[in-house]
Design a binder for this molecule. Structure first.
Ligand code: ADP
Length: 647
């Protein structure tokens, strides 16, 4: 090691020129050019530390004459003096380093490592193997072309082997390598290998894995890694590295499918140029091709395909390009440019698989952001149809999905999105859910299909518009949304406000919590999911009433910020006025108009807001009234004064 350069200093101008590939030494430009045109294989390694994952990755990096990412950057920055590390690194030290790195990174995310061989570039995602890291594995697997599933030859197929295989299959990885590792510890026995493969085969068929490649290896000794091992003459396949170098990557497979490109941004440097830039997810495109822009459905013809400063004759799946169209059709970020005669579908209701990734469980009915590539829409999730036990693949009944749970549910978006089933197209079928308040990514999902009802229910346009209704009443429709603890004074104050508005000739309607629960929502209870659904329905009713031109007053505890936000988003800008009836719990409890606090304290009433169910106070309500300081009349007066300028 003493003469070898340290990794960090490789490629710096002061360094001597080390043993390098002949090509690098002779012609760096040619080398970089060749390097640039190598295909990239993204793969994931699955298994626990004990299965020898770090050792295997170390072996690949060590044997594959790897070039690390930082070295590559240095290489490209400094084309005069270069160095590769190759065989100089001590294998044991490398593996220890990788293992330590993984241990540190284990709770954070996925460790990605870059290396290259003569034939191909690789990104390997090294994901922790335990069940509590399912979300990390899903992250790594979602972009991978191939998965190496490691099995310890002494242990055979384990529960985790099944879990990893299932997740990889679910995430659309079609190239699976079953690497039966530590063959040196079972005397390179063909019987042991064959028994493990037979065992795995039965399981793989069960979950729909159509093909996989099984290899007997030793990451530690290097058997069947770069060259075929003399210790296992009975193995007729290829060494692992050769397989990784030659297996078909996803983008190659996707070229034969119809064209799909999601527009990442509209490129308009000047008035003469308008191009749509993005990654071609599938198919190929040439100037003159007829295309359709989704969701609008408008058609046009490709006039140019531009890559940096050159025009291309053809672009294919896996390439990022800019497409120019012959007509001035509307097309913006998130739209999809597709083959005119084979466009993807557009829908707003789906069945999907969800992998829950947040500590806080899924809230049925709550609105989340759904991000599918460059499309972002609001979405609500129904109660799961079932949860999948990732170890046994059994379907279980579930009310929600907790951290790392995987389930199938129906979802509905507020606007139609352009999509394809995930199994056919990862780019247009894979999405994430984001919590609207915390901005955390809470789930990853895969669209299965559009629900037929979404295609059959269309919004009915009516001739008398909401503006006509409002104009006849000579007022601007609003929703005055009162929120606060039970007994805070919502109904009382809302009632007073309504009386005053009526004196002023305003057309109003008061929707009261208790009254709605007797009719429209009598099927709902007080669980979190039911409360969310209660508010969603009230929001929809309030919205219809504003369409009718009314000023709507609602008096619901509406304890969760997210649901109030959901209603706010259902309505036009400025139409939702949140009124926080701010009464301390002690005061509301002392009033106990309906005797409910007493019951709740005695344990006779479950899920009571303020006692055993939370109330999330508004952070920035339009209006706040403090009923300790204000009488009912003063509170009403205060509210009227605030909304009057709004007409
Ligand atoms: P909620 O609709 O929020 O459950 P209610 O309006 O039904 O609450 O009950 C509030 C009770 O508190 C009523 O009996 C009301 O007379 C009493 N109250 C006392 N002071 C006030 C005040 N300043 N504002 C509103 N209500 C008050």
């Amino acid at each position: 090691m003493s003469d070898a350069p340290s990794m960090a200093s490789a490629g710096k101008p002061d360094d001597a020129i080390y043993q390098t590939d002949a090509l690098i030494a002779e012609d760096i430009d040619a080398y970089l050019e060749a390097h640039q045109h190598k295909t990239m294989l993204r793969f994931i390694t699955c298994g626990s530390v004990d299965d020898g994952k770090s050792t295997l990755i170390g072996r690949l990096l060590y044997d594959a004459k790897m070039i690390f990412e930082d070295q590559l950057a240095a290489l490209e920055a400094d084309s005069k003096r270069v160095g590769t590390q190759g065989q100089e690194i001590d294998f044991a030290l490398l593996v220890d380093g990788l293992a330590a790195e993984r241990e540190q990174g284990i709770t954070i995310d996925v460790a990605y490592r870059f290396f290259a061989t003569e034939k191909r570039k690789f990104i390997v995602a090294d994901c922790p193997g335990h069940e509590q890291y399912t979300r990390n594995m899903v992250t790594g697997a979602s972009t991978a072309d191939l998965a190496v599933i490691l099995i310890d030859a002494r242990k055979g197929v384990l529960v985790q082997t099944r879990r990893h295989s299932y997740l990889c299959h679910l995430l659309g990885i079609r190239n699976i390598v079953l690497a039966v590792n530590k063959m040196d510890l079972v005397d390179y026995s063909q019987e042991v290998f064959d028994a493990i493969v037979a065992d795995y085969d039965a399981f793989a068929k069960e979950i729909g894995i159509e093909s996989y490649v099984a290899m007997p290896i030793s990451g530690f000794k290097g058997d069947n890694i770069t060259t075929l091992s003399a210790n296992m003459p009975w193995y007729r396949g290829t060494p692992l590295v050769e397989h990784l170098e030659t297996v078909e990557v996803n983008s190659a497979r996707d070229i034969d499918k119809p064209l799909r490109m999601q527009v990442q941004w509209v490129n308009r440097p000047n008035l003469d140029f308008r191009g749509f830039s993005g990654l071609i997810a599938s198919g190929s495109v040439r100037p003159g091709d007829a295309v359709r822009v989704l969701p609008s459905g408008k058609t046009s013809t490709v006039s140019r395909i531009v890559l940096f400063d050159r025009d291309l004759e053809e672009a294919v799946a896996g390439q990022s390009v800019t497409i120019c169209l012959a007509d001035e059709v509307d097309c913006s970020r998130g739209d999809v440019i597709a083959a005119a005669d084979a466009p993807p579908q557009v829908s707003d209701q789906f069945e999907a698989t969800l992998v829950w990734m947040d500590d806080e469980a899924m809230h049925v009915g709550r609105a989340y952001w759904l991000k599918l590539g460059a499309q972002t829409v609001s979405v609500t999730v129904q109660a799961p149809k079932y949860e999948i036990n990732v170890n046994t693949m059994q379907h279980l009944a579930a009310k929600t999905l907790g951290l790392n749970a995987i389930g199938v549910a129906e979802i509905a978006t507020d606007k139609p999105i352009t999509f394809e089933p995930y199994a056919e197209n990862r780019a247009l079928g894979g999405f994430i859910l984001i919590d609207k308040l915390s901005n955390r990514t809470v789930a990853a999902g895969m669209l299965h299909f559009s629900l037929r009802r979404a295609q059959n229910v269309h919004w009915q346009p009516t001739d008398i518009s909401r503006d006509t209704h409002a104009a006849m009443k000579n007022q601007t429709p609003r929703v005055l949304w009162f929120t606060g603890l039970s007994g805070s004074g919502k109904s009382t104050i809302a009632n007073e406000v309504e009386k005053r508005l009526n004196v002023m000739n305003r057309h109003t309607f008061l929707l009261d919590g208790d009254n709605v629960r007797h009719g429209l929502n009598k099927d709902l209870g007080f669980t979190e999911a039911d409360r969310i659904e209660n508010i969603r329905r009230v929001g929809e009713v309030a919205k219809l009433m504003t369409d009718a031109g009314l000023i709507v007053l609602t008096a619901f505890i509406s304890p969760f910020r997210a649901e109030r936000q959901m209603v706010r988003e259902m309505l036009a800008d400025g139409e939702f006025i949140e009124i926080f009836v701010d009464t301390p719990l002690e005061v509301a409890e002392a009033r106990d108009v309906k005797g409910l606090y007493k019951k709740a304290r005695e344990g006779k009433l479950k899920n009571f807001t303020g006692i055993d169910s939370p109330y999330e106070a508004p952070e920035m309500p339009e209006i706040r009234v403090n009923t300790v300081e204000m009488t009912v009349e003063e509170a009403a007066e205060h509210i009227i004064r605030q909304i009057l300028p709004l007409k």
